[in-house]
Design a protein. Structure first.
Length: 208
């Protein structure tokens, strides 16, 4: 199949959405936890989460256009705090279920458990093995499609110690962290190897 830009735009909407969502390859599903100033918690599933920098430690999340209520985004802008929680295999169905249009907190609706730190207003997901607490720093409007890139600074990490190696590498596979393609396809991962820092004229060396 070979498609031009005009061909792509002529595709049936659901077909086009599924196809384009798969093109960026495997992504990691994350649950973002927030709480409004009124104390109402919210939990949403996101795959458009990215590393922005390590010093200071920053992460980015891409939100769809704010043309309808986006409780996660609204809570972040209101309270300036949120959590990112990696999804592992035992959480798959509950995490996916948070995408439904609930009229109550997704924690209550799906049976996932709120976990609080004395340092953070927003709820973590107790079931997650890798929990990240963040503070809102800035947002950027992507003018091409009105999506919003939110940048946050990492303020707290709650991670099972056995997942971190002596050089700081975080073994997310050992946590049974899932990968995802498109909007609904979940995958196990299988590490091949780690490779040494790349240098000119020196072939890559396996570390494991």
């Amino acid at each position: 199949m070979q498609l031009s830009s005009s061909d792509i735009l002529k595709l049936e909407q659901r077909f086009r959405t599924n196809l384009i969502n798969c093109l960026s390859g495997f992504k990691t599903p994350h649950l973002i936890g927030t709480k409004s100033k009124l104390g109402i918690t919210n939990l949403g599933l996101f795959t458009q989460v990215m590393h922005v920098g390590a010093n200071p430690p920053l992460m980015g999340v891409l939100f769809r256009p704010h043309s309808v209520p986006r409780h996660t985004l609204e809570n972040i802008l209101e309270t300036k705090e949120y959590t990112i929680n990696l999804v592992h295999k035992a959480m798959m169905e509950q995490a996916h279920w948070t995408s439904a249009r609930w009229e109550k907190s997704e924690f209550e609706a799906t049976g996932l458990t709120e976990h609080y730190s004395s340092n953070h207003f927003a709820p973590f997901v107790a079931e997650s093995k890798i929990k990240i607490g963040l503070e809102f720093k800035e947002q950027h409007l992507i003018t091409a499609n009105k999506t919003i890139l939110v940048i946050g600074e990492i303020k707290e990490l709650i991670i099972e110690e056995e997942l971190i190696t002596s050089d700081g590498f975080l073994n997310i596979e050992a946590a049974n962290t899932l990968a995802m393609t498109g909007l609904d396809s979940y995958h196990d991962t299988n590490s091949i190897n780690r490779l040494a820092y790349a240098k000119p004229d020196i072939p890559p060396k396996r570390l494991d």
